[in-house]
Design a protein around this ligand. Structure first.
Ligand SMILES: Cc1ncc(COP(=O)(O)O)c(C=O)c1O
Length: 432
């Protein structure tokens, strides 16, 4: 691996020293990235079919984004989040005018997905507390879900392996079944509706399951149930947002507008740590009336990150990449579908360029691998050795899935190579 500008190899001991908790081995060293390609180890090419952590949507190496970040940094390195800079305003205006449903006019900017969900939970609780309902503090999450890795987002999520070791100190937020809206109604009744602040869900379940879609009526039913009980509805669009599923937001597929929506990942195309909380006036009004506020994080709405966001959203629009995600997603799903014939693949599914491949030990019995085998991780490692990056996913009853979530600029040739390599990696690890 050459060190940028010096053409010297990156010694293994330097690369290994990057690890906080050493886990053996040397982490991949990435020299540069361009389009859909990562350049490893002095030039070895890897297709970024996972878009990193399903974050890279406009492709790597966009000089316009780099220039916007540099320009913003030269103008103002840092000022406290409540103050205004041109980049902050430009991002809020872009989001309001061109991306968000008109109902979600209130925008707060943070530095990533966990921060955005954590803030949305604080916002929902604060909404009720400010309106004189402090007893409404519970946020219902789904039994299988992932909303981030702060203590509160772990608590609201249903990702058993990521919660492991912390369960005993996590807030006991109630959980609803994944796909049964009546089940939500039952949870609300048994908890007492007057204690529930909000319900949170991913439009398409990502990290915890590998692109699992809800039943057709699920979102409209959940919206109705929340309305009937005065409960706020939060859509976690961290993975699904900004075109990933072929619409601006995942929930758009079901024609539902939540009270609060959160984004991250694709909001900056992966070029900067950026997340957003988008809420209706109804949600923030009681907080404003009570003269309360929301404490910021030091790096909330960082100008350079906002500049990256504006530039990335412009590219998504100028190049019609949300539609590209829909059409290329359909093409990629069709190409990947034959992998469903593999004796250890139980399902290939998805929406837009968010596609999941579920692995099982026994397909006839529908029996998953034991979670201790870490099968998805092994397949991901094997695919990476063969030149393709996909993102490991899965938990609980479906512990092993692969997430395919490439940049929306991926070519047919890159899709075909991905299909071939992933198929070979599954056979090499799981057997035929
Ligand atoms: C739906 C969802 N919410 C929240 C998060 C957490 O985001 P971050 O890793 O940026 O903190 C993720 C990350 O994968 C996610 O997929």
């Amino acid at each position: 691996m050459a060190i940028a500008g010096k053409n010297l190899p990156m010694e293994d001991h330097r690369a290994a020293s990057f690890q906080f908790i050493p886990s053996g081995g040397v982490p991949p060293v990435v020299e540069k990235a361009e389009g859909c390609t990562l350049y490893f180890d002095g030039g070895r090419e890897v297709i970024d079919a996972g878009g990193g952590a399903v974050a890279v949507n406009i492709g790597h190496g966009r000089t316009e984004v780099a220039a916007a970040v540099a320009h913003a940094t030269q103008r103002v390195s840092y000022v406290v989040p409540p103050w205004v800079t041109e980049e902050r305003i430009a991002l809020v205006e872009t989001l309001r005018e061109r991306w968000l449903p008109p109902e979600l006019s209130q925008v707060a900017l943070v530095s990533g997905g966990s921060e955005s969900v954590d803030s949305a939970i604080r916002l929902a609780i604060s909404h009720h507390t400010s309106a004189g309902r402090p007893e409404r503090w519970k946020v219902i999450g789904r039994e299988t879900s992932y909303h981030g890795t702060t203590m509160t987002t772990l608590a609201v999520g249903g990702h058993r392996s990521r919660r492991s070791g912390f369960d005993h100190i996590l807030t006991d937020f109630p959980k609803m079944p994944v796909a049964d809206a009546e089940g939500l109604e039952k949870v609300i009744e048994s908890e007492d509706p007057d204690t529930i602040a909000a319900v949170i869900a991913e439009p398409v379940i990502g990290a915890a399951a590998g692109a699992v879609l809800p039943p057709d009526d699920w979102w409209t039913d959940v919206r109705e149930i929340c309305d009937a009980h005065g409960i706020l509805l939060i859509a976690d669009e961290v993975m699904t947002g900004f075109g990933r599923t072929g619409r601006k937001f995942g929930i758009d597929h079901w024609g539902v507008v939540p009270d609060i929506m959160v984004g991250g990942k694709g909001l900056s195309g992966g070029y900067a740590p950026l997340g957003g909380v988008f809420a209706s006036e109804k949600v923030v009004a009681p907080i404003a009336e009570a003269d309360s506020g929301m404490m910021f994080f030091t790096f909330s709405a960082h100008s350079a990150a906002c500049a990256a966001g504006v530039a990335a959203l412009k590219i998504l629009e100028d190049e019609d990449l949300v539609s590209a995600s829909a059409t290329k997603g359909a093409e990629f799903l069709a190409l990947l579908s034959p992998l469903g014939e593999h004796p250890h693949v139980s399902d290939v599914r998805g929406l837009g360029l968010m596609i999941g491949i579920e692995l099982v030990e026994d397909k006839e019995l529908g029996r998953p691998y034991s979670p201790t085998t870490g099968m998805a991780g092994q397949v991901v490692g094997e695919a990476l050795r063969r030149g393709v990056w996909v993102y490991p996913a899965g938990d609980g009853n479906a512990p092993d899935a692969l997430l395919v979530g490439p940049p929306f600029t991926i070519t047919t040739a890159e899709m075909e190579t991905t299909v071939k390599v992933v198929g070979e990696a599954i056979s090499a690890v799981c057997g035929d």
